[in-house]
Design a protein around this ligand. Sequence first.
Ligand code: 2RA
Length: 330
Amino acid sequence: MKIAIVGASGAVGQEFLKILGERPLPIDELLLFGSQRSAGRTYRFRGRDLTVRLLQHNDDFRGVDFALTSAGAGTSREFAATITKHGAVMIDNSSAFRMDADVPLVVPEVNPGDAKNAPRRIIANPNCTTIQMVVALNAIERLSHITRVHVSTYQSASGAGAAAMDELVRQYAELGAGREATVEKFAFQLAYNVIPHIDVFTENDYTKEEMKMFHETRKIMHSDIRVSATCVRVPVMRAHSESVWLETERPVSVEEAREAFAAAPGVVLMDDPARKSYPMPLFAAGKDPVYVGRIRRDLTADNGLAFWCVSDQIKKGAALNAVQILETLL
Ligand code: 2RA
């Protein structure tokens, strides 16, 4: 099997390399692609040094079976035809094709079957916030249809990329040294702050990030579920947290929900508040699962449940989900 990574030097690209190195996939050849800035860099994979090639409109993708792409929506749009023209399946981490009717949007724990119907040979990886939420929601959906969700997210710096993670570290160092924090990747200083603004605002005053949670959840779950989200950037390095409130058609007890989460693929139940057992981003970083805890009855609606979930944004929220899609196809 021949695999390509596009955007190899980015935070998600680097995680692709790591995950592909760890999992028992029969990879005969791995090609790395990047921008002018990253072309020529070398990265180690299974004991060999691989050099990043410049992504160009040529025949470099001939013979490639799967291309894992994470280089931004513009690059995905520009290069999709080049990448897929010789038969490669493009598993794309950007938002470019997610809502296209002829592109499946896949979370393997929820809708693996959709991956088989990709007429353009493009499969989209959902947004990180949606992925971890639907893995958890799917457990409850199996008990009773979820009609609506309110969610507030606590999103780490990693969601804005490797340079943004560096910026957060730098801001604490600058402030610690008595200097002003440099702000480039975020709307404001993130250190010692939270920013209720991720991506651009749309005409209904929700951000694009918040509307992704509405639309993508419906597509993945094949559901009329309504999602009202507030997405917030917090000074955490690499795992996103979400406070989720949901309403089901029939009441689901906390015990039922706990059992369902404990049995759900991709979920680790961590819900023993008396022993201070609940998920936190510091401990979920670098791990695969979606951690769920703080499960409780909603005090305002008979059919309401509340819970808290945490997952590594670069792993399950991006690279791991894409590799799991590839594994689903194999
Ligand atoms: C973020 N949603 O956290 C982005 C990453 N996909 O900013």
